[in-house]
Design a protein around this ligand. Structure first.
Ligand code: ARG
Length: 513
């Protein structure tokens, strides 16, 4: 969530305000004359973190203005020098940079005004053919590209931690559940691979979005484009974004890229939340399937024995916040008429907040996975309960020519026999019991001694043979593939040739200020 921002006011005019560069066009003194209005309209508290992208966009815009003859080379040089100095100042001073001034509303105006102060008249030409409407749409796109890179790396770190866990404890035989009832035996690696598959899809979604939402909004202007000979292709190439957007109105009025991004964050958050819930259950005394590292549990202020899985609970709890940001964004957009509306300024609150939440949860999850052990003795001690091998027995009968429906019925009756006799497992029945049940279903003498190879959880996890199975063979095959995949770095750059463009100009961590 957005931290409380310390707002620095730049030196002001004798009236106590910095005049906004466009206020001369208005009859009154503008919003800065009412401090509440000035604060209300400002996005500076949260859009500061766009500064690198804003400057990158301005540098590309200025170079293009020079190329089409709207700036002299001298003016371009001054603008470039000024913008680079400003970037270096903000890098160094962060919150304390003297250019931050809430009366200027946002990061775009703070930087433009600082530039004009620094270099004078050439700075007044930077905004030629540009509006904050296309400027902010571009900045957000550039930010999304570098945020995507960070997220992909965080997903990859978590995948690596899961892979290591699968290599440590993946062969532990445990119950697989449906309806939270014991179903069939699996190995722990099977569950780990399930989480990996979901996380991998989430990362893939992000990569896909980086491709879909690449169009360059710069040059769309305020709503209708410009009568000046701007070269939108040139800025697109300089910024490594896609081709110029096809509709100036849509480019400035839409926020699909933000919604898509937060939706995919919501999917990651949902996956993490489900995993957290699963492990909260597994860490309970009732299951006892995993042992969490003490670093990631907390005690109770009253009950001395408690080790609560708070980190996992918070991962589950924070998912709700991410959903909230998604719904807030969608709701914000649903009633907006065409063209830029100031409502759109709110998008960044939700995008940044959702991103911060998910990035934190991914990092926390990575640490938890890296330090958790499956409790093999505890799982094994209780593994005979639940007739986990019943389906395997039915499949054995199928290999002897019994129709599956009939086999299902036979094994169902054998499970009832066990329950009536107080037996824990099907392997405790005599062959004659099995054949008697088969005979009742008109399938005489089908069960031989070889049935013992199909009973018991260990045998069952060794028998699965379909691709993607949650037994030993399936897990071994997939782990090998994962090992090869995770040996290369994350992201569009790693998976798509020439994809540097999707990652934006600066793959470095976006400033979190
Ligand atoms: N800070 C604003 C935003 O994030 C910039 C756009 C302001 N545009 C305008 N026409 N008032 O959307």
């Amino acid at each position: 969530m957005a931290k409380k921002q310390k707002i620095h006011r730049a030196p002001t005019s004798p009236q106590g305000q910095i005049p906004k560069p466009w206020e001369h066009a208005k009859a009154g003194a503008g919003s800065a004359s009412d401090p509440l209005a000035a604060r209300f309209v400002a996005s500076l508290a949260y859009d500061k973190r766009l500064y690198r992208h804003d400057i990158a966009g301005s540098l590309a815009h200025a170079a293009m203005l020079r190329q089409v003859g709207l700036l002299s080379s001298r003016e371009l040089r001054d603008i470039e020098r000024g913008l680079k100095e400003i970037e270096a100042e903000i890098n160094r001073q962060g919150e304390a940079w003297e250019g931050w001034n809430i009366d200027l509303e946002d990061v775009h105006m703070c930087i433009e005004v600082a530039l004009i102060r620094k270099i004078g008249d050439p700075g007044r030409k930077l905004h030629t053919g540009r509006s904050r409407n296309d400027q902010v749409a571009l900045d957000l796109k550039l930010w999304l590209a570098s945020a995507t890179q960070q997220l992909l790396e965080a997903h990859q770190d978590l995948l690596r931690a899961f892979l290591d866990l699968a290599q440590r404890d993946g062969q532990v035989v445990m119950p697989g559940y449906t309806h939270l009832q014991r179903a069939q035996p699996i190995v722990a690696g099977g569950e780990i691979l399930a989480w990996m598959a979901a996380l991998d899809r989430a990362a893939g979604r992000l990569i896909g979005l980086a491709v879909v939402n690449r169009a360059n909004p710069l040059g769309a202007g305020a709503v209708a484009g410009s009568s000046l000979p701007l070269n939108r292709q040139a800025t697109a190439e300089a910024l490594h974004v896609g081709p110029p957007s096809d509709s100036a109105i849509d480019a400035t009025a839409s926020r699909d890229a933000a919604v898509d991004f937060v939706y995919s964050l919501a999917m990651t958050a949902m996956t993490l939340s489900r995993w957290a819930e699963q492990w909260i259950l597994y860490a309970s005394s009732e299951f006892g399937f995993i042992i969490l590292d003490g670093k990631y549990t907390t005690g109770s202020s009253m009950m001395p024995q408690k080790r609560n899985p708070d980190m996992l609970e918070l991962i589950r709890g924070r998912c709700g916040g991410v959903y909230g940001h998604l719904v807030a964004l969608l709701t914000m957009l649903k009633g907006l008429p065409l063209g830029y509306n100031r409502d759109l300024q709110e998008d960044k609150r939700h995008v940044f907040a959702a991103y911060d939440l998910v990035l934190d949860c991914l990092a926390m999850a990575t640490r938890i996975v890296a330090t958790t052990r499956f409790n093999a003795p505890r799982i094994t001690a209780d593994l005979e309960r639940g007739f986990l091998d019943a389906t395997s027995l039915a499949e054995y009968l199928v290999t002897k020519g019994v129709p599956f429906r009939t086999a299902h019925q036979i094994v169902g009756s054998l499970v009832r026999t066990c329950e009536l006799r107080g037996l824990d497992s099907l392997a405790q029945l005599a062959l004659e019991d099995c054949n008697a049940a088969c005979a009742l279903a008109k399938q005489p003498k089908v069960v031989g001694r070889d049935v013992l190879d199909w009973l018991g959880p260990q045998n069952v996890v060794e028998r699965y043979r379909t691709h993607g199975n949650a037994g030993l063979a399936g897990v071994a095959e997939l782990l090998q593939q994962w090992q090869a995949r995770l040996a290369v770095p994350a992201g569009p750059a790693a998976t798509r040739p020439g994809a540097r463009s999707a990652a934006g100009p600066k793959p470095a961590r976006p400033a979190r200020r």
